[in-house]
Design a protein around this ligand. Structure first.
Ligand code: GLO
Ligand code: MG
Length: 350
């Protein structure tokens, strides 16, 4: 029997927010704004086919537009995408910016604010459908609390599940991709890990349409190993996408270049994805990386191409990794030997 595995041709994506002006909580923009509409033309030349969207990346000034203006705006973007040869990976409602989401959207104590969040979610689904994406990402930014007594946590979890079910009912083919993150901007978020997301999936009305998007840095902020988080989702066939990046210890969400702080952990993420055949159904390798504030230029894109390059180098390392040796070390329970082999392989010694 032929056991030669067909190699997956990977597709890559990022979001327009990944080309940014360098503002942080302590200082303003340090680079000029690169016009949003000019970003589309960059993707293919940088090696990316997919584009990740927030609702208002597709339709700017969404708050002041009528439903028909929103759809018209979405149609314009669909034409641009077709002309540039780009695929819209997902649309995410930006539920952390407006005054109505100061205390969260779906879990806000205010019924009016919860209504706002639901309206914005419906708009995002409409936009996704209009531009040709079937995926709604829920990064539950402010669905959490700053102090535990501020919200009823059990009720909040019920409200999140209720929202997921409403999305599934609103459109009978849309998929919900939950992007867990344990903190920031809240002190504690309600869906901190992929385990929480998978539980919500199984509890939902259509588990086949509720999946997860795992970001490296978010798993690390939860004190977890990103490759194990990915493995968990893959074991349940619930890994819809990834946001590869990196994080140097437990601090603010850094969105560093893939592999830049934890090369071995990055290798293991690529190894887990590759051995599960991730990408064979067209799933994207998404990046969510932030340029250093110190970087000059307009537009600044080296953080994207560097991360892509590191991914490709690590893919080579995964493909040349001797799984026979690994099996022998496992059989002998010689993990000291296995670890040295891994380290030397990564350093180009074996
Ligand atoms: C922030 C998140 C954010 C999401 C994006 C898509 O920590 O990683 O960048 O990925 O809003 O939902
Ligand atoms: Mg992300």
């Amino acid at each position: 029997m032929c056991r030669v595995k067909t190699q997956i041709t990977h597709r890559f994506s990022f979001g327009p927010w990944n080309i940014s002006e360098g503002a942080d909580p302590f200082g303003p923009e340090v680079r000029g704004a690169f016009p949003h509409e000019k970003k589309y033309a960059l993707f293919r030349s940088l090696g990316f086919e997919g584009i990740q969207f927030h609702d208002d990346d597709v339709v700017p000034d969404i708050e002041n537009k009528s439903p028909s203006q929103i759809l018209e705006g979405a149609r314009k973007v669909k034409t641009i995408l077709a002309n540039e040869g780009l695929v819209p990976e997902f649309v995410a409602p930006r539920l952390w910016f407006a005054g109505q989401t100061v205390d969260g959207g779906f879990t806000s104590n205010s019924a009016a604010d919860r209504d706002y969040a639901w309206e914005r979610t419906q708009k995002s689904i409409d936009i996704a459908k209009e531009i040709g994406s079937n995926s709604l990402v829920l990064w539950l930014a402010r669905e959490g609390s700053y102090i535990r007594e501020a919200k009823d946590a059990k009720l909040s979890y019920e409200r999140i599940l209720d929202t997921i079910n409403r999305v599934l009912e609103y459109d009978d083919s849309i998929e919900v991709w939950i992007e867990p993150k344990p903190n920031e901007p809240t002190d504690q978020a309600y869906v901190p890990t992929i385990g929480h997301a998978v539980a919500l999936s199984y509890a939902s009305q259509a588990p086949d349409r509720v999946k997860g998007l795992i970001e490296t840095a978010h798993a690390q902020l939860a004190g977890l190993d990103p490759s194990d988080e990915m493995a968990f989702a893959l074991a349940h066939d619930k890994l819809a996408s990834v946001h590869l990046n990196d994080q140097n210890g437990l601090k603010y969400d850094q969105d560093k270049n893939f592999g830049s702080s934890n090369l071995r952990a990055a290798f293991n993420q690529v190894r887990v994805l590759e051995s599960a055949g991730y990408g064979s159904r067209g799933e994207f390798i998404g990046l969510d990386v932030k340029a250093m504030r110190t970087q000059k230029g307009l537009p600044v894109t080296d953080h994207l191409t560097s991360s892509l390059r590191v991914f490709h180098h690590l893919l080579e390392k995964v493909r040349s990794y001797d799984t026979g040796k690994e099996a022998a070390f496992r059989k002998a329970r010689d993990y000291e030997g296995l670890e040295l082999y891994v380290m030397e392989h990564l350093m180009g010694i074996s």
